[in-house]
Design a binder for this molecule. Sequence first.
Ligand SMILES: *[C@@H]1O[C@H](CO)[C@@H](O)[C@H](O)[C@H]1NC(C)=O
Ligand SMILES: *[C@@H]1O[C@H](CO)[C@@H](O)[C@H](O)[C@H]1NC(C)=O
Length: 336
Amino acid sequence: MAATAAASNHRVALPILCLLIALSGILLTRAELPRFAHPSKDDGSLSLLVLGDWGRNGDYNQSEVAFQMGIIGEKLEVDFVISTGDNFYDRGLKGTEDPEFEESFSKIYTAPSLQKEWYSVLGNHDYRGDVEAQLSPILKKMDNRWICLRSFIVDTEIVEFFFVDTTPFVDKYFNDPEDEIYDWKAILPRRKYLSNLLKEFDSALKDSNAKWKIVVGHHTLKSAGSHGDTQELHHQLLPILEENKVDFYLNGHDHCLQHISSTNSPLQYFTSGGGSKAWRGDINWMDPKELKFYYDGQGFMSLQINPSQANFTFFDIFGNILHQWSSTKPLLHSTI
Ligand SMILES: *[C@@H]1O[C@H](CO)[C@@H](O)[C@H](O)[C@H]1NC(C)=O
Ligand SMILES: *[C@@H]1O[C@H](CO)[C@@H](O)[C@H](O)[C@H]1NC(C)=O
């Protein structure tokens, strides 16, 4: 009896094994970015807050920013929050048990209006900790708002958000890391990681039928702040954004709030990196044709968007409006 059972197990196991190998081959050659569907409101609009560079146990005005986000979040009835990375200072999370997750996130953003999904990318400081821990579903069990992946898509139908893992693009973290140790476990070999990511990203943008395309990353593409432009992204990512008619690029990294326009394309750049430590004081003022707004202190940004209009607003820690900017798209008549 036992021998027959073992033999029949074999007969079943072999085809299953072959099938698994074939499937994994398909998955490897046709990798796709993880995708989340997030419906917009019944009236076809969406509102959200954008915050970056924040987790410092409430210090450096992090708690004051959080408090105002709660008030504005309620006023705008935000659907979710976007984090542009550098979520936990100074070196990401030490593990899934690291109390910083609660001290810098759960116990800080406590307002009822902020109990929504937090779609988050990683920043360079997050890569100095245990990256797998920050990406782990265990954190979502502790605080079910937390959604952090390296690269992914949030599809709200009117807008598609493309989150891109920008840290592995930056040469100096590899060539000249100073005394920092980065967690590159899933990134190596680096060339292959980057070329796959760019390919997936390009094809996801090409497949998108969304009215608006918004890309979110940690690092700057353009910035008048202390880090300035990120050359690697300029060379490798920007051509893909321009070719695929991306509307907006949202980032953190420079600890400021800023809005930069392109002179040669409709693409607009928004930095929301004012979640905690700010006031660096080293601004490279650019041509006002490009630099529409720069604030060196703490705050955050809101976006209210529907199929025909996108409204961006920057707020300081008192809830004052610092800058507003609006973009419209013609409502094309449906051909159906
Ligand atoms: C907190 O914000 C206030 C008002 O913008 C500012 O004067 C103060 O310097 C900030 N504190 C820190 C530590 O950045
Ligand atoms: C954008 O702002 C304008 C002016 O305040 C307002 O009329 C419009 O409804 C807003 N659009 C959205 C999508 O919130």
